[in-house]
Design a protein. Structure first.
Length: 226
């Protein structure tokens, strides 16, 4: 994970960063990379950890968010990966960076295990197709429940009396940026692994490979039963 062996071209292909922006980040030391000073006349190489960190930073930059958020996420990804803990594919963060208020960021962690990300952001784990917007915008629910709970009933409508009472005290849904942290980290790692086998495939190449794999398995299953 820390071996410096990937070229700038590899980094750009995986992260989709602009070459000039990558160089600017390096010059300004925006993100801590494994090899800070490659030396005169020697090209800079990158590690898998570096690429993951830059992949996270690129997404934060795309949204125009403070790059300090990207550094937080990059540092946590590095810590998890170097401790062999890994990152769940289904881990999503709800980023609520409050710049214009005097309040500290209020945090709730909805995830198994402890993460330093819980100091700054809300997190939830699960299939994004089944996630409710309220999971991210109503992060106060575990402390101030305003939704009705019925046994074996998945839907949880808001109790209007509780909603109004809490709203009078300033407790109501707030906007959030949903950030697929696990997808970005693991997606970059899969692409890095693919680099070891040759040039990165295009989308159509990947889909054809999946289809050929299915046919191979079906043929094998048929011959086994024959």
């Amino acid at each position: 994970m820390t071996e410096q062996k990937y070229t700038q071209g590899d980094v750009l292909a995986i992260t989709r960063l602009r070459k000039d922006l990558l160089q600017t980040w390096i010059n300004r030391k925006v993100v801590a990379l494994g090899e800070q000073h490659p030396g005169s006349g020697r090209r800079r190489l990158y590690s898998a950890i570096d690429i993951v960190k830059l992949a996270l930073m690129r997404r934060i930059a795309d949204f125009g968010l403070d790059l300090s958020i990207g550094r937080d996420l990059a540092s946590e990804a590095e810590r998890l990966l170097l401790n062999d803990r890994g990152v769940e594919w289904e881990l999503h963060l709800s980023i609520k960076k409050r710049e214009a208020t005097h309040e500290e960021i209020k945090v709730e962690m909805i995830s198994a295990g402890y993460s330093t990300l819980s100091l700054h952001y809300i997190a939830t784990v699960g299939d994004s197709r089944d996630m409710r917007v309220s999971n991210f915008t109503e992060t106060f629910e575990s402390m101030f429940s305003r939704r009705t709970r019925e046994f074996l009933v998945e839907e949880r409508p808001i109790d209007p009396d509780k909603r109004d009472a809490l709203a009078r005290a300033g407790v109501h849904a707030e906007p959030a940026l949903i950030f697929p942290f696990g997808e970005i980290v693991n997606g970059a790692l899969v692409q890095i692994e693919a680099l070891e086998q040759g040039p990165l495939p295009g989308v159509m190449d990947a889909m054809i490979e999946i289809e050929l794999g299915k046919r191979t398995k079906a043929t094998q299953a048929s011959s086994d039963h024959g």
